[in-house]
Design a protein around this ligand. Structure first.
Ligand SMILES: [Zn+2]
Length: 319
């Protein structure tokens, strides 16, 4: 091959190489532009449809607002000092430590003569994002407990249609006249459990708790002011021992939290936006759900363990 011919071929080769790399570059750009498909484990649709918990040991995976739980258990629909409301939502699942904590909480509420606690949403059978309501409650360590204590033990169907009593007067940013010692003592019982990391309550409720005299004020540190939470408290447990995939939250600042931070919450609080009944929210997408949750979503599992007497039979295929 003469020098010229080689030079020509090298030149052609160079052009080809450039065009290959150009087309690779534009493919890369196109890939970047095109939205990536959303994996099923990142959408609320998939998690709301699972027929029951996965088998095996309980394991919270990820963070409270982006994760899932393997091996969750249902809280029995009723027990000493508590009853679960709105069972048809099938959100009465959690880590066994959450189940134990709530059962003991019920026993202590009963022993204190406070009435029957109403347990609201916990988590879905395998956790994950929910189509409506909470951003968190995803790893089986969160539970909402209503603050009203005026209802006797009821049938499951009757517990489907209850209204929260709201305890905050937003004009004054103080609790209403309905707030009583009974609510305060119930919140204190929940916060005194060492398994509980924090409890979200309305700033006006935190203020009412701060203004009471308590023999030991240590538990007040766990009460975190948050918007909404005027008819229920949101109990959050710490990651239980033996949960290496559970993402703990940063520790709270020291002190009872009754000072400046609370004042700033009181100044900025507003009622939560409530959707009318029957409101159909868009499915929720949480891209930070760990990929390990794909296995949990697809694992073999058990069927739904608890449904209200009145609920239609659910076709449950295990997977
Ligand atoms: Zn909650």
């Amino acid at each position: 091959m003469g020098r010229r011919a080689f030079g020509l071929m090298a030149c052609v080769g160079l052009v080809m190489a450039v065009s290959v790399s150009l087309s690779a570059g534009s493919a890369e750009a196109a890939r970047k532009k095109k939205p990536q498909p959303i994996p099923a484990y990142a959408t609320s649709v998939a998690w709301a449809a699972v027929p029951g918990p996965s088998l095996g040991a309980a394991q919270p995976i990820g963070g409270y607002a982006a994760g899932c739980i393997a091996g969750a258990r249902p809280l029995p629909p009723e027990g000493v000092g508590y009853q679960v409301i709105r069972l048809s939502r099938q959100r009465n699942y959690g880590h066994p430590v959450l189940i134990d904590t709530l059962r003991e909480f019920g026993r202590r509420v009963a022993a204190a003569g406070l009435g029957t606690a109403l347990i609201g949403d916990m988590g879905q059978a395998r956790g994950g994002p929910m189509p409506s309501g909470h951003a968190s409650h995803q790893i089986g360590l969160d539970a909402d407990v209503w603050l009203r204590l005026d209802l006797p033990p009821m049938g499951r169907a009757g517990r489907e249609r209850l209204d929260e009593i709201k305890y905050v007067d937003y004009d004054r940013m103080r609790v209403t006249a309905d707030w009583s010692d009974r609510q305060a003592r119930m919140v204190q019982i929940a916060a005194s459990d060492p398994r509980v990391a924090r409890i979200f309550v309305n700033p006006a409720i935190k203020l009412a708790m701060c203004q009471r005299s308590w023999p030991d004020r240590g538990f007040l540190n766990k009460l975190r002011p948050w918007n909404g939470h005027d008819g229920h408290m949101h109990i959050r447990l710490s990651c239980p021992p033996g949960s290496p995939q559970c993402e703990a939250q940063a520790a709270q600042p020291d002190g009872d939290g009754c000072g400046e931070e609370l004042i700033s919450w009181l100044d900025s609080a507003s009622p939560a936006i409530e959707h009318p009944p029957g409101h159909q929210p868009e499915p929720r997408v949480v891209r930070k759900v760990p990929a390990a949750c794909r296995t949990v979503l697809n694992a073999a599992g058990t069927r739904m363990a608890s449904l209200p007497e009145s609920a239609p039979a659910t076709v449950a295929t295990t997977r």
